[in-house]
Design a protein around this ligand. Structure first.
Ligand code: ADP
Length: 840
């Protein structure tokens, strides 16, 4: 047999022997040493010692002794505990529990290290992938180890069941069993709690100790030492992860909201196991059936637990974790209610086994899913995350065993549903930082991300986002909701992210160094339409090339001071033409946004400017709703400029002025400007305005149904608006350099006049994504979810450091963002060709 596999089998059987003994003894502690709660107190101390030892001891011992001898010595700590049980008292059990606790953590760490090294060494020899072999080794280990729960309990039940004088438990004593158990010393002296015959106890302890000694002998005799070169590399790993640095990393992880959120869940996992092993065994089983049934009952728990662990691991891929957690909660809560109501009686023999079976089922959910969640959420920080897992689970045990003696079972049972409800509510609340939802790809649905969908299979990393300081927090929230994690430059490689979002343009090197799994939220050169003067210039150029019939959607504009002479000429021409009413003009600083520095005028003497501005024809006949001016904020996402691929978001914002439109008061910004940043400070903002309501926003849907109600063909209007978007983007399409993995979310501001003609006012890069009101939340959150879906992250993107080639983004059609592109490709190319031909 291959040497490494032999070693894996030796370790597995060594653990099987040891934990056969320990598992059996742990289930019996609360019943066997029930006086003054000695048994549960010893378990509580044991887990507390385990917490401390897991922080400091493992790396230190493994470095000093090597894996083999750490395993052997740690196993001896377990034997000490078995021996302590021969003469159980506070002076023997508590110290031996501490010894066991101290040995527990190095034992498990040394085993993991050994299997990992063995797996890697074999993989190297056989030319296979290390991770695969390690997984196989762990699979073999758990397959063998899992059955220990059955054997240990079987031994205890068989041995203790040998008692020649099986005591009948009186009806009087039965009254003391169940949720309302009597915790007095007198109660512990009832027939059921009478210690079984000492000879039987000694026989059982003898078998357990023998099993433990056999485990040590097996390891000492048959386990190979890890070779010198392997130890060297192992030491290097140890040096990297010094005990102190792991402790610090463990506590540093507590700053992560997600870790804090997982604490109650993890503690619950230890807590519920503690309840079954400490309280159920004592107050229900031993009390009503006798101690020799504890083993059988716990076998039932162990068996369903292993079976369901395998089953739920598979099921979670289809249902997602949320469903499973809800199912686990349901099982636990119904068991708790039933346990509260049930008066245990030997005549209902089967019921004693139904509870542990159900409990085992729920425990399988908590164990597998919580473990997986840690692996997924803290991919880069697994060591610290699992240290936290062990810490909080052990604390759950410490509490469950620690207070076991002092509280009656019903109080413990009552406290659990309360905690479940508080925590469950929190878990399902939208504030929960861990997104758990089933993969759904419905129209407009907030389906989970690839990361979340794949990670239920426990193999892939979450997708990672990087945000620049000024990015609104909603972007972070949405990505977190979708199961992404945030880039941490202290802990992650500099290219270990999938999406970089900033409100300002990227540096050329960012574009140059882009990796296949990454996306940037800006294209270079889009400023050519997002700065007011550049937009005016580019549209004018397009008008010159393709004719004013096509490019007549933007109001005539002059860039000042350069176009001053041209503007004067136009202004004078209008004034001189007889019988024509002189136009209104709007003057806007090119570098400012949110309505700042805007001036509306009719007479040139009122035109004053300090910066570069554009002076644009003011649309003085806007379509009004109940006398109020409004415009549209349309969201447009471009995922490629070559070929041009545009998505327009079906939903959007209608932004109202908050005072009635009136050309006789041009300086009233609340009547002429529709910016929310201005109107939210207006005196009428909060008032209920006739026809438009409170605030200053509607959704597109509401506006469309309003337009339909007044007989406007909203589809035709939508089509015209889409044409404006395409024609505007075509103005820069040839000049955007060929860059990969970018996208751009634009905000198009469109004003509709009273002839139902849409006008382009401006194009915004990084349109505002903060939330002012509930309409913002509906529109912008849905938008962001759809944009992320559009980016088409694939499973391969989670393998960030491998040389994966990203598949090309496809035009998924299930989004509210409608692709305009397909039909327009031809037009796009034709225009580009013409453009090229016309160039000298
Ligand atoms: P900013 O970037 O400062 O928001 P905009 O060009 O969007 O500048 O103008 C702000 C507001 O002024 C618009 O929302 C619109 O209500 C109004 N506005 C701008 N240009 C015109 C125009 N040509 N005709 C009518 N109203 C306009």
């Amino acid at each position: 047999m291959e040497r490494n596999l032999k070693n894996v089998l030796v370790i597995s059987f060594g653990f099987l022997l040891l934990f056969t003994a320990y598992g059996g003894l742990q289930s019996l502690q609360s019943s066997l040493n029930s006086e003054e709660g000695l048994g549960v107190a010893s378990l509580s101390v044991l887990y507390a010692a385990l917490i401390i030892s897991s922080m400091f001891l493992p790396p230190f011992l493994i470095e000093k002794l090597g894996c083999k001898w750490t395993i052997a010595c740690s196993m001896c700590c377990y034997i000490a505990f078995f021996l302590g049980n021969f003469y159980s008292s506070w002076y023997t059990l508590i110290p031996t529990s501490v010894i066991l606790g101290l040995g527990g953590a190095p034992l498990w760490s040394a085993k993991c290290t050994y299997l990992t090294i063995a797996g890697n060494s074999y993989a190297q020899k056989a030319g296979k992938i290390g991770r695969d072999i390690i997984n196989q080794y762990f699979g073999v280990f758990f397959l063998i180890f899992q059955s220990s729960g059955v054997w240990g309990n079987l031994i205890s039940s068989l041995v203790l069941g040998q008692s020649p004088q099986q005591v009948e438990i009186s009806e009087e004593d039965l009254k003391c069993c169940g949720a309302y158990d009597c915790i007095t010393a007198a109660a512990n002296n009832t027939t059921a709690f009478k210690k079984p015959e000492m000879t039987l106890v000694y026989t059982m302890l003898g078998i357990y100790t023998g099993s433990g000694v056999l485990a040590v002998l097996l390891i000492v005799t048959f386990l190979d030492q890890i070779k010198a070169n392997e130890v060297e590399s192992e030491k290097e790993t140890m040096k990297k992860e010094s005990p102190l640095s792991l402790v610090l990393a463990t506590f540093r992880l507590l700053k992560d909201k997600r870790q804090c959120f997982l604490i109650p869940l993890t503690m619950w996992s230890g807590f519920e196991q503690g309840f079954l092993a400490g309280d159920y065994t004592k107050s229900y089983v031993t009390c009503s059936l006798g101690i020799h049934f504890v083993g059988y009952v716990m076998i039932c728990f162990a068996a369903t637990n292993s079976l369901c662990s395998m089953l739920f691991g598979k099921i979670s891929q289809f249902t997602g974790r949320k469903v499973l957690f809800s199912f686990g909660t349901l099982i636990n809560l119904s068991c708790i209610i039933a346990l509260l109501l049930w008066k245990p009686h030997p005549s209902q023999f089967a019921v004693f086994f139904i509870f542990p079976a159900l409990w085992g089922m729920a425990d399988a959910i908590w164990q597998t899913q919580t473990n997986a969640l840690y692996g997924v959420l803290f991919e880069k920080n697994k060591e610290a995350a699992f240290a936290n897992y062990r810490l909080w689970e052990s604390l759950g045990f410490v509490i469950a065993f620690g207070y076991s003696t002092f509280l009656q079972v019903y109080i413990k049972l009552w406290s659990v549903p309360a905690a479940c409800i508080v925590y469950g509510g929190n878990y399902h609340s939208k504030n929960a930082p861990v997104c758990e939802c089933k993969s759904s790809r419905g129209r407009g649905s907030k389906g989970c991300t690839m990361a979340e969908d794949h990670n239920t299979k426990d193999t892939l990393k979450p997708l990672v986002f990087r945000l620049h300081d000024s990015v609104p927090k909603m972007v972070r929230e949405v990505l977190m909701e979708r199961g992404w994690s945030e880039f941490d430059k202290r802990q992650q490689d500099k290219s270990d992210w999938n999406l970089y979002w900033r409100n300002t343009p990227f540096h050329v090197t960012d574009h140059r160094n882009i990796k296949p799994w990454q996306r940037l939220n800006h294209y270079p050169e889009t400023v050519k339409i997002t700065r007011k003067d550049y937009l005016a210039r580019n549209l004018k150029r397009m008008k010159g090339i393709y004719g004013s019939a096509l490019y007549e959607f933007s109001p005539v504009a002059f860039i000042m001071p350069n176009d001053y002479v041209k503007f004067i000429a136009e202004y004078s021409k209008e004034r001189q033409s007889q019988g024509r009413k002189s136009s209104y003009w709007i003057c806007k600083p090119v570098n400012l946004s949110r309505g700042r520095g805007i001036l509306i005028f009719q007479d040139i003497k009122d035109l004053i400017y300090d910066y570069v501005v554009i002076v644009q024809k003011y649309i003085s006949n806007p379509l009004l709703i109940s006398g109020y001016k409004w415009d549209l904020r349309l969201y447009v996402c471009v995922t490629s400029f070559c070929p041009l691929t545009i998505y327009t978001y079906e939903e959007g914002l209608v932004r109202f002025a908050t005072e009635k439109f009136d050309l006789s008061s041009l300086d009233n910004v609340y009547a002429h400007l529709t910016n929310t940043s201005i109107n939210k400070f207006g005196p009428s903002y909060k008032k209920d305005k006739v026809g438009i309501g409170r605030g200053c926003k509607w959704t597109f849907s509401k506006c469309r149904s309003y337009l339909r109600s007044i007989g406007v063909d909203d589809l035709l209007l939508w089509q015209r608006i889409n044409n404006i978007v395409t024609l505007t983007l075509l103005a820069i399409t040839p000049s955007v350099p060929l860059t990969h993995n970018c996208f751009e979310l634009f905000g198009f501001d469109i004003l509709i006049d009273d002839k139902f003609k849409p006008w382009l006012l401006e194009v915004n890069c990084s349109p505002a994504l903060h939330l002012d009101c509930s309409i913002d939340a509906t529109v912008k959150k849905g938008l962001l979810h759809d944009v992320i879906e559009l980016l088409n992250y694939k499973q391969i993107d989670t393998l960030r450091q491998s040389k994966g080639v990203r598949t090309k983004a496809s035009c998924a059609s299930n989004h509210r963002l409608n692709a305009l592109s397909l039909l327009l490709y031809n037009l796009s190319w034709k225009l580009q060709e013409d453009h090229l031909v016309k160039r000298p």
